[in-house]
Design a binder for this molecule. Structure first.
Ligand code: CU
Length: 117
């Protein structure tokens, strides 16, 4: 009988020992993100948008650089973003999940599509 009791008591102590100590919130580890946000560049030149970045994820930063001699915009058809870029100007947007078609308000023939996971 005593031989059985000792392992049982030992097991109970082990369970108590597993209880995590109460720690201050300041010691909590930062939340790991599934995907670290990255920065991508889309260059506008000669009346067209440069290649769309592949592998865009929600939260990524997109830099729009206008290398053209004309003013352009990047205007989402669904209204998600609308930036005006005078010649030589850089602006940024934050990628949002989904497929977004956009165009230039000043030259409607300029179009592009962002695909963001
Ligand atoms: Cu334009």
């Amino acid at each position: 009988m005593y031989r059985l009791m000792i392992p049982i008591i030992g097991g109970l102590l082990a369970v108590v020992g597993v209880s995590p100590p109460i720690t201050a919130a300041t010691t909590a580890k930062p939340q790991a993100t599934a995907h670290p946000h990255r920065e991508y560049v889309i260059v506008i030149d000669k009346m067209q948008y440069g290649p769309m970045p592949a592998g865009l994820h929600a939260g990524d930063r997109i830099e729009w650089i206008n290398h053209d001699i004309f003013e352009h915009s990047a205007t989402a058809r669904d209204g998600r973003f609308d930036i005006d870029l005078k010649p030589g100007v850089t602006a940024h947007t934050t990628a949002m999940a989904g497929t977004t078609a956009f165009f230039c308000k000043f030259h409607p023939g300029m179009t592009g599509t962002l695909v963001v996971k």
